[in-house]
Design a protein around this ligand. Structure first.
Ligand SMILES: Cc1cc2nc3c(=O)[nH]c(=O)nc-3n(C[C@H](O)[C@H](O)[C@H](O)COP(=O)(O)OP(=O)(O)OC[C@H]3O[C@@H](n4cnc5c(N)ncnc54)[C@H](O)[C@@H]3O)c2cc1C
Length: 453
């Protein structure tokens, strides 16, 4: 898609149209906030390092969002929503410049009812969960970046995480109840998407409307324990994890098998990760611990059991899981990168071990048990020792040839980054309604052709 890079004249006109809505124009700040965690990928790091918005707009409420959307449509200036900027695919990086829309001030918790809440899209997930827990509820799932990410960024950019072992990912029916969305037109429209329709904004990288509020389902708030179990070998670790994952009576939030030597990079937790052992990092409810311990008994040794602590200064175990596992190694060794895999549930352990065995010197297995379409399976973020782009794609091809889905984290488009390699038909159709000029995060939904350029 070709989009005119905004020249200084329309930008000045846009800023004038925004009136008293706060904006940041200082180049250094704008460049810094235009980044996310794309640097995990050496390929994206090269592609995106120099990309930046021209200005940042800071809406204070939904009326400001509407005014900004209208001004961008009028001046045909690209608009990229931003939450906590923890995405990994350069999702929140404005590759065609324009306005970076900082959604963080839209953080009002509108209501909490038994099993559901409605909240502003810019709400920080950590603060939100703390507020919910005070009322006896908690989010069903959150990314391991909970303490930085926003709920809107999670729905628009994420897939699942801590909690998905009980509830599946965001795509499972019932995991997003409703989304309120603003269109990018001269006269923006407010659309309430309910039920399945809310999936039109899920993992669309903010290309299918600006989310201002979300209705999310909740789980009862449990007292959680952080637990580490060490195993002599990764296969036994996987088998124990699978047995706990399948035990529906055990309330858990995290079941993360990690192969050696990854746990040896685990900073503050290193003392609980014996040399050469695989570990199962788990969050289980206090009441389920005894059953959990029975299920792993005779196979591994419990090296850590402590209440989950999330206050400032504490490091919860989930910050060693999901894509934080990769981060622990990247802190020490910047030559590694990662993949995102989904294994077939019907030959799960064989499939994980088979693909790992193909690349003994290049791939370190790290899996996450999840529920997917009613079955227990593993999502995985193996760490890869990076040599060349060609070799990385050989590793991806070898996985796909064996029935392992890859959501490629080394590309910026949502098509290539999806396991189906295409945009969801509902999302691409909806985009024509909400973003006729193709101004929302342009370049990320590759297959969309603007209705009115
Ligand atoms: C260490 C690490 C661990 C991670 N672990 C997980 C994990 O466990 N599970 C997981 O799913 N992901 C994970 N991620 C990826 C990322 O953290 C999550 O997707 C996170 O939820 C993004 O939230 P955010 O507020 O930072 O969004 P951002 O990065 O700011 O934005 C993500 C996308 O959403 C769009 N967006 C943001 N707000 C809005 C809005 N209001 N309306 C429309 N579009 C919007 C942006 O344009 C962008 O395309 C991880 C990343 C890192 C670096």
């Amino acid at each position: 898609m070709t989009l005119a890079v905004p020249s200084p004249a329309p930008l000045a006109a846009l800023i004038a149209d925004l009136g008293d809505i706060p904006v940041i124009t200082e180049e250094k700040v704008v460049r810094k906030r235009s980044r996310d965690f794309f640097w995990y990928s050496p390929i994206l790091n090269e592609e995106l390092a120099k990309k930046s918005a021209d200005i940042i707009a800071l809406p204070r409420n939904e009326a400001d969002v509407i005014a900004i959307a209208s001004a961008c449509a009028k001046h045909r200036i690209p608009l990229t929503p931003r939450g906590g900027a923890t995405g990994n695919y350069g999702q929140a990086v404005p590759i065609h410049g324009g306005v970076l829309l900082d959604m963080n001030a839209l953080d009002t918790l509108e209501w909490v009812r038994p099993g559901a809440c409605r909240v502003g899209a810019g709400a920080n997930m950590g603060k939100l969960d703390t507020e919910l827990r005070a009322q006896g509820w908690e989010l069903r799932m959150h990314p391991s970046t909970k303490r930085t990410a926003t709920i809107g960024g999670f729905v628009a950019g994420g897939s699942g995480g801590v909690g998905s072992v009980m509830y599946g990912g965001l795509r499972e029916p019932g995991n997003i109840l409703a989304a309120r969305v603003i269109t990018v037109e001269e006269t923006p429209v407010v659309i309430e998407l309910r039920g399945d329709a809310a999936q039109k904004v899920n993992r669309a990288y903010g290309t299918t409307g600006i989310i201002t509020a979300l209705e999310m389902p909740l789980a009862p708030a449990y007292p959680w324990l952080d637990v580490i179990v060490a195993f002599d070998d990764f296969k036994t670790c996987l088998e124990a994890g699978r047995d706990v994952a399948r035990a529906d009576g055990v309330i858990k939030k995290l079941l993360t098998p990690i192969a050696s030597p990854l746990p040896e990079y685990f900073g503050q937790l290193r003392q609980f990760c014996p040399d050469g052992k695989a570990i199962l990092a788990a969050m289980v409810s206090e009441a389920s611990f005894e059953t959990f311990a029975d299920l792993v008994a005779g196979r591994g040794i419990i090296t850590l059991k402590t209440p989950t602590r999330e206050e400032a200064g504490a490091v919860p175990l989930y910050e060693y899981a999901w894509n934080h596992t990769t981060l622990q190694m990247l802190k020490v060794d910047r030559s590694v990168t990662y993949l995102q895999c989904l294994y077939p549930f019907d030959r799960l352990i064989e499939s994980i071990l088979e693909t790992a065995a193909l690349f003994p010197d290049e791939l370190i297995p790290h899996c996450e048990f999840i529920r997917f379409g009613g079955n227990v399976t593993c999502s995985a973020l193996p760490v890869i020792r990076y040599t060349t782009k060609e070799r990385l794609y050989e590793i991806i091809d070898a996985h796909e040839a064996r029935g392992v889905f890859i959501a490629n984290p080394h590309v910026i488009t949502l098509e290539e980054g999806s396991r189906h390699k295409r945009a969801d038909a509902d999302q691409i159709g909806f985009k024509a309604i909400v973003d006729p000029h193709g101004l929302l995060n342009p370049g990320k939904m590759r297959t969309y052709v603007p209705v009115t350029p």
